[in-house]
Every structure is written in structure tokens, then in C-alpha cells.
Write a protein that binds this ligand. Structure first.
Ligand code: SAH
Ligand code: SF4
Length: 398
């Protein structure tokens, strides 16, 4: 069995997140010959990711004996739902729990023409961007491919988006490859939930490969966006190995400010980051790199900052679009959101230079589901909080 499966109390292994090859290895290891193992893995993969079936009994083209053999050893799992919230703007947030009791969040943002699922890659985050709620958590652990794919599966369940009907009928009437996400509620995935996806790249990559597999969920790489705070050495691999859309959390245009608000900048400079973007193979005028820029009052929102942003994007000749994100506050945050007029002026300078710079409408703020507001109870106390508590205790004793 692949090592990256979170153990369950009942001892069975969760198949969710496994590739067709990994499923084939299970059958091979159980003694099936190559041809059999290949056929079975194809069938199981289809049931899992095309049909969303979680009960082996429903996998009717597998022999009865094989089905019960599987049922004894495996499950087709989903993350446990601990809480589900619906915002007054229709945004939904789920607090999920892994088999070993770690909590993480997932958000669904419905729009008129699309539905975006925002998924987490880690429980907590090693980085601590000053404006981000998740950044006040420590990293608890990386999510496994199964837990990352599991979020997409769960969203499909919740939205009722699995094809119905018999397998035979399905295979006669629709080709698997023609399975499209258009017209569906869930059309896009963004890796913008909890965690830094490039500090868990291999699991994220394996999960996205399963999500993109044309005989399963079949989501196009053009509908998947990976957001990074700037882990420069990993960016080329994103292009080579999954080639999804890239979003960069830039947030500042000079060293001093970026060092302060995105501390990873002390390790990888703005220049190195923009060079890695310029080298990104997936970028073109029809597939631009998104530069995210959180609007923080009197911190990074001057006309001068906007002009410098334009200069930088031109200097590196980047096929870019800028996404201005009004700062979403959370309990204890140090910053304020820029005034709407300021954001407009900032946006206009960039637009006037010929670069698209829409302002992202905050979604789900009332349920703490907006960008940067996610934080779970897992390891709720950060290092700073623990230090402060220790000091208080000391003071009380002294
Ligand atoms: N770790 C990744 C992806 C998760 S965050 C990254 O940093 O890119 C998704 C986006 O929300 C990032 O651009 C992040 O900087 C931004 N963000 C974080 N906290 C925010 C806040 N309080 N208000 C608005 N945007 C925020
Ligand atoms: Fe981590 Fe991204 Fe939040 Fe920074 S903005 S602390 S990288 S989740």
C-alpha cells in the first residue's frame, strides 16, 4: 500500500486519492495477474472518481467475492464533516476532520457562471504572513493526497454532482473523455485554503493528477489554480509536473514591506520570484499568471506602490493579471483594509498601464470563510500565543 494513507481505527485502508496505478498495485500484490489487475483497477477507478460510489456493493461489474474481499480491507472514505456553514452570499464553508482527528477547512464559492472550490493543502502553515489567520497556526501536518482529493469528492457529494445510472448505459451513451465540468456547479478548484501548497508539493501534485485524470473527475488543468506565497525553487516543478494555473501572493513591491508581511521574502527575493514566474512554462497571454495583492491600509496601497507593481511586471515581461484582495479581518489581526477609494485608485493605475486589476469581492466574510480567515481548532495556540500564556503564568506566579 502507498505509505501516504492516514491510518483508520478500523484498520481498513482508504482508497480515495489513489491513482489507477496504485490501485493496480493492490490487485497485483493480492496475486492477480497483470491483465486482471489492470482491468480491475480501471473499473474501480471509474467507480471511485467518475461515479462517486463509496460502497463496494454498488460496483456491480466486479465479482461478488472480490467486492467482499475489498470491503474487508478497504473503504472509499470521505473527510468527516464537523461543521457546515452557509454565508448570506451563498458561500459555503465546511470544517473537516481527518481519520486521525486533524481539522481543516474547505470553501465553496458559487457564482453565476462558475463554482469555485477552495481547498486546503496543510493543517496549519509553516509560514506566518502577518495578515493571514492560518499563519497564526503552527503547521500540524501535511494533508495526504487522499485528504486533498477527498475535499473535491465531498464537494461533489454535497452538490449532488455524480452521474447517475448504470455503468453499461453510461459507457454506451457517453464517452468517458467527453465528461466535462461545464454546466456543473463545481467548475474550478483553487489551492487557496489552509497551507502553502508548495511545501507539500508531492501530495498536492499526486492529488491534482487524480483530479485531472480524464477517466475520473476529469477537471482540466486550466480550471485549477495553485497559489503560492513564493517558494521559488518549487515553481518550475509545478509547470513541469502538473502545469496548472499559477497565482503568486505578491502583496508588496519592495523588500522592506514584503519582508515584513510575507516573511518568506527574506529567503526568496521579489526578483528571484518574478524570474521564476517569467520562466514558468504554463504562462502565456491566454494563460496569465495571477498576482494576488492584499490591500492593507497605509502599508502597501499607495500610488507609488501601484506604479512600482506595473514597473516590475513590465520589467520581467510577465503575462500577468493582478487580483486586488481587500484585506479580510480576523480576531487579533494587526491591519486594516484600505479605503474603497484607495483601492479604486490603485486599481486604475494598473488598468491604465494595460494590465487587468479587478478587485476581488470578499465572499463569506460573515462565516469567516473569506481569503485568509481560515483557521481550525487543531493546534489552535500558536507559538506566540503559547509564549504569551507562559509569560502571563510566570507573572501570576511571580
Ligand atoms: N498559502 C498560499 C495559499 C493560501 S492563501 C498563499 O499564501 O498563496 C490564499 C490567498 O489569500 C493568498 O494570496 C493570501 O496571501 C491571501 N490572504 C491571506 N490572508 C488574507 C486576509 N486576511 N485578507 C485577504 N487575503 C488574505
Ligand atoms: Fe500560509 Fe498562505 Fe497564510 Fe502565508 S498567506 S501564512 S503562506 S496560508
Amino acid at each position: 500500500l502507498p505509505a501516504k494513507i492516514t491510518p483508520r481505527e478500523d484498520g481498513r485502508a482508504d482508497l480515495t486519492g489513489l491513482s489507477q496505478l496504485e490501485i493496480r498495485d493492490i490487485f497485483s500484490a493480492a496475486g492477480q495477474d497483470e491483465k486482471q489487475a489492470k482491468l480491475r483497477s480501471k473499473q474501480v477507478f471509474h467507480w471511485l472518481y467518475h461515479r462517486g460510489v463509496t460502497d463496494f456493493a454498488e460496483m456491480t461489474d466486479l465479482g461478488k467475492q472480490l467486492r467482499s474481499w475489498m470491503d474487508e480491507r478497504f473503504v472509499v472514505g470521505r473527510p468527516e464533516i464537523v461543521e457546515a456553514h452557509v454565508s448570506n452570499d451563498g458561500t459555503r464553508k465546511w470544517l473537516l476532520r481527518s481519520a486521525d482527528g486533524q481539522d481543516y477547512e474547505m470553501v465553496f464559492i458559487p457564482d453565476a457562471d462558475r463554482g469555485t472550490l477552495c481547498i486546503s493543502s496543510q493543517v496549519g502553515c509553516t509560514l506566518n504572513c502577518r495578515f493571514c489567520h492560518t499563519g497564526t497556526m503552527r503547521l500540524v501536518r501535511n494533508l495526504t493526497p487522499g485528504e486533498i482529493v477527498g475535499q473535491v469528492m465531498l464537494a461533489r457529494d454535497a452538490l449532488g454532482e455524480w452521474p447517475k445510472g448504470a455503468m453499461d448505459a453510461l459507457e454506451e451513451n457517453e464517452s468517458v473523455t467527453s465528461y466535462e465540468s461545464d454546466g456543473r456547479l463545481l467548475t474550478n478548484i483553487v489551492l487557496m485554503g489552509m497551507g502553502e501548497p508548495l511545501y507539500n508539493f508531492e501530495n498536492v501534485r499526486d492529488a491534482m493528477k487524480v483530479v485531472m485524470d480524464s477517466s475520473g473527475l476529469a477537471l482540466s488543468r486550466r480550471r485549477i489554480t495553485l497559489s503560492t506565497s513564493g517558494v521559488v525553487p518549487m515553481i518550475a516543478r509545478v509547470g513541469e509536473e502538473i502545469n496548472v494555473n499559477l497565482a503568486i501572493s505578491l502583496h508588496a513591491v519592495n523588500k522592506e514591506t514584503r519582508d515584513e508581511i510575507v516573511p518568506l521574502n527574506r529567503k526568496y527575493s521579489i526578483e528571484e520570484l518574478l524570474q521564476a514566474c517569467a520562466d514558468y512554462p504554463g504562462a502565456s497571454n491566454s494563460r496569465r499568471i495571477t498576482f494576488e495583492y492584499v490591500m492593507l491600509k497605509d502599508k502597501n496601497d499607495s500610488d507609488q506602490d501601484a506604479r512600482e507593481l506595473v514597473n516590475l511586471l513590465r520589467q520581467y515581461d510577465l503575462p500577468a493579471k493582478v487580483n486586488l484582495i481587500p484585506f479580510n479581518p480576523w480576531p487579533g489581526s494587526d491591519y486594516e483594509c484600505s479605503e474603497p477609494e484607495r483601492i479604486k485608485a490603485f486599481s486604475k493605475i494598473i488598468f491604465d498601464a494595460g494590465i487587468s486589476a479587478p478587485v476581488r469581492t470578499p465572499r463569506g466574510r460573515d462565516i469567516m470563510a473569506a481569503c485568509g480567515q481560515l483557521k481550525s481548532a487543531s493546534e489552535k495556540k500558536s507559538r506566540a500565543e503559547l509564549d504569551r500564556l507562559a509569560e502571563e503564568k510566570q507573572a501570576a506566579l511571580g
